[in-house]
Design a protein around this ligand. Sequence first.
Ligand SMILES: NC(=O)c1ccc[n+]([C@@H]2O[C@H](COP(=O)([O-])OP(=O)(O)OC[C@H]3O[C@@H](n4cnc5c(N)ncnc54)[C@H](O)[C@@H]3O)[C@@H](O)[C@H]2O)c1
Length: 385
Amino acid sequence: MKKIGVIGSGSMGSGIAQVAATAGHEVLIYDNNPQALKRTSEKLQKILNRLVEKGRIDDPTAKAIFGRIYFVEHMSSFKDCGLIIEAIIEDLKIKKAVFEQLEDLVSNDCILATNTSSLSVASIASACEKSERVIGIHFFNPAPLMKLVEIIPAIQTSDAVLVEAKKMIDSWGKLTVVTKDTPGFIVNRVARPFYGEALRILEEGIADVPTIDWAMTEIAGFRMGPFTLMDYIGNDINYKVTETVFKSFYYDPRYKPAFTQKRLSEAGYLGRKSGRGYYDYAEGAVNPEPNKDQALAKLIVDRVVAMLINEAADAMYLNIASRDDIDLAMTKGVNYPKGLLTWADEIGIKKCVARLDALHSEYLEPRYRCSPQLRRMARDGKTFF
Ligand SMILES: NC(=O)c1ccc[n+]([C@@H]2O[C@H](COP(=O)([O-])OP(=O)(O)OC[C@H]3O[C@@H](n4cnc5c(N)ncnc54)[C@H](O)[C@@H]3O)[C@@H](O)[C@H]2O)c1
């Protein structure tokens, strides 16, 4: 089996190393901070012990997995690796420097992958002479638990590298979807209205935080309401992703971040991790109850779901990914109750268009423009499936 190299031993690098070693590979993990590498070694040992305690794996298996992970002090140890996954700090200049250095240290046919969430894979690949060997392999956090992996060929990536990288990650028990090298790839692009439209409804005073969360979980069937989820992710992190997507799309108003979240983030109300966000997490704190008005819930759900469907349809319209991969990404990557395109068929494409057009004519904001994909399908009486 091919040796796998991992660069960066933070949350993502350590998770990816665990996944690859569990799949039977020898894994070499490097970090330029020796303390981080030491912490990761201890953390991985603890995680594997916990899996043994829970009865998920037996002790010899845990020992064998840990035994396959080598904590290395220099990238020159990567010379026999077949695939290297970079998961260092999200900084284009630093990533490019690492890729440039890496190319001199590895074999000619070694695939070089980046786990970037928001940078262009094409610009990272441009640091390499053999840029056709570079690809995006985007795991979700925590990598051992999240089934979805987005595979992102850059314009330079060869077809053979795409096929091989996908085959490798599939063999690790992951579900892969292929996406174009565009901001947010599939999941972080299509999911934006889940937060953005909920925030807009809140800012307009249509409903409060618990009511919107209640409608989106109890009525729409999402596992977590948007505000509970933002508090869970961290308002600083979630805001940053929205801001990055917004800037990367040349300030398309559809992705405009909300002041409400910016202020929360600035105030240090980051969510669960700081004890306060949209909700108060202090011991004994009493949070307001939702207003369980069915008509209000319908209005909230119809509006957020219409915006999500529009985003998914537009991603298909612009060939960001296939119809099946878009639905798969949202159900397996972020546990949506249904694929958004499947949902559009269920609601009826004409109805989706009517909901978006009603919002557009009320607000006269391009944010609410209906994707040509939906409009054409409504005109031609087509369905997604
Ligand atoms: N955290 C997430 O939810 C998540 C999800 C998907 C993708 N990502 C992406 O994965 C990458 C890593 O994210 P993370 O959350 O694991 O970060 P992290 O901060 O937890 O870990 C980054 C690690 O990289 C090391 N590092 C920094 N510069 C280095 C260099 N030049 N050479 C070697 N090691 C270096 C740091 O010491 C640190 O241990 C980023 O590109 C991020 O966008 C993150």
